[in-house]
Design a binder for this molecule. Sequence first.
Ligand code: ADP
Ligand code: MG
Length: 466
Amino acid sequence: MSTSFEQLQITQTYLDKLKELGIGEPTPIQAEAIPVLKQGSDAIIQSQTGTGKTLAYLLPALEQIDPTQKQLQVLVVVPTRELGMQIMQEIEKLTAGSPIRSQSLIGGAAVVRQVEKLRLHPHIVVGTPGRLLELMKIKKLTLHHVKIGVVDEVDQVFELGSMQDVESVLKGMLKSSQKVFVSATIPQSTEQAAGRWLKEPVVIKINPSQRTAETLEHMYVVCQEREKIDTLRRLVRLIKPKSAIVFINVTDDIAQVVAKLQYVGLSIEALYGEASKQDRAKVMGNFREGKFQLLLATDVAARGLDIEGVTHVFHLDPATNAEYYLHRVGRTGRMGREGTTISIVTPKEQFILDKFEKQLGITIAPKAMYEGRLVDPAQDRSAAAMRSRREAARPRDAAPVRSGSAGLRDAAAAPDAREFNAAPAKPTAPKPTAAGGKAVSKAQRERDRKSKGAPRWLKEKQQNKE
Ligand code: ADP
Ligand code: MG
């Protein structure tokens, strides 16, 4: 029998709020974590993406706040501004009309204004490690009264090169304060870090063997590097997702990538690391409101984001490792909803997906675009054969238009053998070696890039890491 929020002894104020927000029953991670956190234990909370980890820690944290005390009592540390803003919104929804004051202390925003607002003594702060530390150093922020400190997306926070910052922030809290680490992925390195900071932590893991949501469908399409943008364009035309996220690996030319994608007619905007906080907030706001269809993002930028209506996740570059794949695809298929994820890979990159299949225990199905549908490439190959027989019998002047050039009808429907991306069955795909990867000279690659319009994917770099 499932537990209710009443049984978890959530106070009436929050029960009412939850009802207002349309949240009925606690999710398994909430049912498990809330009592542990209420008891005051340190904890590691791990469950799949989109299973409600935020409320699992926010509800017990908010309940610990004594609004009559003008002190900071709850701290939530996050890796990115976007996630910080999202969690702030969640807190604001839960505390609207109550005397609890919250504030975000995230990078990219004016320090002066944050310092000024700190004079109002927030009870709960959501912050990024760098900015929190900066304010601690100038003695505008003290963590001595923090009762509970949560690090969300903890593996990312510790990985981001902000290790020292986050450690200094954790040191700023009293030893006796409760500490909670949260993520869908807790690699060994994070577990070790947790060992240093948490006192006898209760480890709460829900269904750890099921690493990605069962409601997710994983697919891939093979094409050449220079065809990736066009393949994405055709996929989007074919699927017509209401809202989707497109991932690329870390690159310095995200502006160039987004420009190319816009040039081929996609409704896409990017989350730029270097853009101002206002610009990033505007992009996120517009995406949430459905003002454009696709959000181009890197792994870090999209960590933890919960955006309603995202039905598809595309990978224009394959994820760097299984954990990154898991967080990427976790932007869809949340809370039992269905989601589809499609990796667009070159023949050389296919082996990366084989690894993800093994490591995550999932099946990533090969697909090809054929007559306005996504089909099994084997089916497609027989269709291609039939078509070439048909074409051979057809008079020359009735040859079909070639797809791929702008302005033609949907490329997906254009019968051109090249268009089928007829992927060889994955197990037979040759495993590229480092030497194989280097067979194409750098100069050649650069020429390809310039002449074919392919962006700099940093693919080689990623492959060499594997
Ligand atoms: P996670 O951090 O595990 O990836 P989130 O905390 O972002 O997941 O929650 C995912 C979505 O589910 C959010 O939109 C949240 O409002 C919603 N949600 C959280 N708890 C519940 C619940 N008990 N019932 C229904 N929806 C919920
Ligand atoms: Mg989360």
